[in-house]
Design a protein. Structure first.
Length: 762
């Protein structure tokens, strides 16, 4: 008899491989191939040793690489041969830990179909249990306090497992093997409903009470994965208006949650790729185009053509939205906060802050360790793009095309996210918010400490913006001073460009053409930039073109009142302030005089080259909006107005280094005076911006031979301009780089800051 030759392989896997059912998968795969050996979690991934016939080893490796468990993400897999050993079986062995190593932490994952099936099976012991989960789904990032990802280091540590749960947890063949948040009605968290001084305990009764309140048009605060939502029946006009009044959220759109994607089609147009995005396991809010016959109240998203929908993503949501005759089918699910404060995620804080907003609280006793907002996405062409990258995605690292030092970058003032880097990973934080109040700043500081601890990053360099007054800059300066670490300051638009490059795995320091258009970013000359055409790479940039400068009379007030910027531009271009013009009509005579003096004497009127403000001015002239209630509102509403069939455009001229819009404004005024329709004027203005992008790229191509254009900045959230510019540039043979992994708005700044700092300090 011929003896079979046994060989051994030692395999190392890096990536998201813990808490996602990786070891049981390996265990079963080894058994299937008749292999012996072991698998264990290590501090930086998973280690495997297999012993078997060569062919079986190869088959094992092949399947492991090609079809790993659904929630895992393999970043790197390496193997070496090892001495054949005579294990008698394959086993899962104790974790090995090294305090300096790290492994990526899984984001929170929506309820899987197996758990949903169990939840609706009356004989199952987790029938209708609002906290059902398994190795393939459930809370992760929001409950993890430290690594390794084991139950004692999560907020589930307060819930010792019952014998049944423990048995499943210990069985490598069970789908809850080492599912850290696993629980059941006997041993796990439970619901309570609190209203008007009453408390209803117990999953079934609490849920029934919350549903009854929602059915009756009340507003209920619901504790979710990363914080509290405020919920109400979205088809109930008075409930929606009342919620808006209480939240002081003037005109900012409310997100909606609906039982299943097929019902959305009653209200919005849903393409195949949008449906896919809605149903993806990350369950983001997806912006969808409202149908003309949509019966949902206009006040859900005033002035918008889109509505933000998401599907349930926790068992609690599924139970809350369960179908029943006469029960509302679509709910407002907006963040639990007043105006611009961060969302409430701790029970005691929620009870204090949300009491004036909610009629009742549907809450539970599983703590949320990290506050995480819902992610927001949309489909552009066939591609999914981020508007906010948070729940379901954070803290998934962005893989970098090269290794970088350990760096902390504190990001921008608005839409703040910070970034920590080490090796070839960038840990881009969850959404922090606008750093304009104490609560958000606290959330920012706590988040940084948590990330440093979780990913074992000890920053060697601190990076911030050029703006000295940003709270993030002050934090960075203070840390740099107290820890004696080098501080690097990176210009805002340079950070935009670098973020776009690194996201597209750009490896070299070769320059590209950067069209970085947004609202605000401090320039190297001390003025407010925002319409910047850069030629540059990671280490340096040249401000090749920029919009012509104009004044912002009243400074920040001009951001809130587009009419002010419109008046400044009219004055600058020698166009009379005719009383029939919307921005002139908007102000009282007295105010007009003050603005006039501000512009003339340049009092409190900083100069800017901001593209965002240029859009504001045109929106004001068209009568779209003279005052905004949230950032970008005027531009969004003007975009919605555009006639998509209009191909005309306005002229503009390029001087040595400037994009001149004087002629553009004169021609817009002619159209306004001759009563050309607003949708036509709006479309012509948008078309001119597209044309300008093409022309500028061609000019620079001629000068430098560069053929790659990178688009970054909040203006690129404008789909009219984005899709036409990308299409036309590509037709002209340009390689176009856009943001796909993080938003194009200021959320990307911290990533760009890290990369610039890493490369200039090399
Ligand atoms: Zn599951
Ligand atoms: Zn149990
Ligand atoms: Zn920006």
């Amino acid at each position: 008899m011929q003896t079979k030759e046994i060989s051994g392989l030692a395999i190392q896997v890096r990536g998201i491989v813990q808490g996602v059912g990786f070891r049981p998968f390996v265990y079963q795969l080894a058994k299937k191939n008749g292999l012996t050996g072991w698998v264990r979690n290590s501090s930086n991934g998973v280690e495997i040793e297999i012993h078997g016939e060569n062919q079986s080893n190869i088959a094992f490796l092949d399947e492991l690489t090609k079809s790993p468990p659904p929630l895992s993400r393999i970043d790197r897999i390496t193997h070496t041969t090892c001495q054949p050993d005579h294990y008698t079986q394959f086993s899962i062995i104790e974790s090995e830990s090294d305090p300096d190593q790290f492994i990526p932490v899984s984001p929170d994952i929506s309820t899987c179909s197996d758990c949903l099936a169990e939840m609706s099976e009356p004989t199952n012991r987790r029938y209708q249990y609002p906290f059902i989960n398994c190795t393939n789904c459930g809370p992760r990032f929001t409950i993890i306090k430290d690594i390794p990802y084991d139950r004692p280091f999560t907020t589930m540590t307060d819930f010792p497992m019952c014998p049944d749960c423990q048995h499943e947890y210990d069985d490598p063949l069970d789908r809850r093997f080492h599912a850290q948040p696993t629980a059941c009605p006997i041993c796990g968290p439970s619901l309570t409903y609190i209203f008007a001084g009453n408390i209803i305990h117990g999953d079934k009764d609490a849920m029934a009470a919350a549903r009854e309140a929602l059915r009756n048009g009340h507003i209920v605060a619901v504790k979710g994965l990363g914080g509290f939502h405020l919920a109400c029946d979205a088809l109930n006009h008075s409930a929606v208006d009342e919620l808006r009044r209480r939240k002081k959220r003037i005109e900012k759109p409310f997100a909606l949650m609906i039982r299943d994607s097929s019902i959305i089609e009653k209200y919005c147009l849903v393409s195949g790729s949008e449906k896919q995005l809605l149903e993806s396991r990350q369950r983001p809010i997806v912006l969808l185009t409202r149908r003309d016959d949509c019966t949902l109240p206009e006040s859900l998203a005033p002035g918008q053509k889109t509505l933000g929908f998401m599907l349930p993503y926790t068992p609690l949501h599924y139970l809350l939205l369960e179908n029943e005759p006469d029960f509302p089918e679509v709910f407002v699910m907006t963040s639990g906060n007043i105006s611009e404060e961060p969302i409430a995620y701790l029970d005691h804080d929620a009870q204090v802050r949300l009491s004036p907003l909610a009629d009742g609280f549907l809450t539970h006793n599983r703590d949320i360790h990290v506050r995480v907002d819902d992610s927001v996405m949309r489909v552009a062409g066939q591609t999914a793009v981020f508007i906010r990258r948070s729940r379901g995605f954070a803290p998934d690292p962005i893989l970098l095309p090269f290794d970088v030092p350990s760096i902390l970058s504190v990001g921008a003032e608005l839409k703040n996210h910070f970034t920590l880097t080490r090796d070839a990973y960038a840990f881009h934080s969850h959404y922090i918010g606008d750093l304009e109040n104490y609560e958000t700043l606290q959330s920012f500081e706590e988040g940084i400490i948590h990330f440093e601890n979780l990913f074992r990053v000890k920053p060697e360099i601190i990076v911030c913006d050029l703006h000295p007054d940003y709270l993030s800059t002050r934090y960075a300066m203070e840390r740099s001073r107290s820890e004696n670490l080098p501080l690097v300051q990176v210009q805002h638009h340079h950070a935009h460009l670098a973020a776009c490059l690194v996201e597209n795995s750009w490896e070299s320091d070769d320059p590209v053409i950067g069209l970085t258009f947004d609202g605000t970013g401090l320039g190297t000359d001390g003025t407010i930039w925002g319409g910047e055409v850069l030629v540059g790479g990671y280490t340096t940039f040249n401000r090749r073109f920029h919009l012509n400068e104009f004044l912002l009379p009243g400074g920040d007030r001009a951001v809130h009142y587009p009419a002010r910027t419109a008046l400044a531009l009219l004055a600058q271009y020698g166009i009379e302030w005719d009383h029939s013009l919307p921005p002139v009509k908007f102000f009282a005579e007295k105010e007009i005089e003050i603005i006039h003096a501000q512009i003339k004497k340049k009092i409190n009127s900083p100069a800017t080259t901001s593209m965002g403000r240029l859009f504001d001015a045109v929106a004001s002239l068209l009568g779209v909006r003279q005052q905004v209630n949230y950032e970008g509102q005027a531009a969004i509403e003007m975009e919605n107005l555009c006639d998509p069939n209009e191909n005309g455009m306005y002229p503009f001229s390029l001087s040595a280094d400037m994009i001149e819009t004087s002629e553009t404004f004169h021609k817009i005024m002619t159209d306004i005076k001759t009563n050309i329709s607003k949708p036509i004027i709006a479309a012509k203005f948008h078309n001119s911006i597209v044309q300008m992008c093409i022309q500028i790229s061609e000019v620079i191509q001629l000068e430098t031979g560069l053929n790659t254009v990178a688009l970054s900045g909040g203006v690129w959230q404008n789909m009219f301009i984005y899709s036409r510019t990308v299409e036309k540039l590509m037709k002209k043979g340009f390689q176009v780089l856009v943001h796909k992994k993080i938003p194009t708005n200021d959320a990307c700044i911290s990533l760009g800051q890290s990369i610039v700092a890493a490369r200039i300090r090399q």
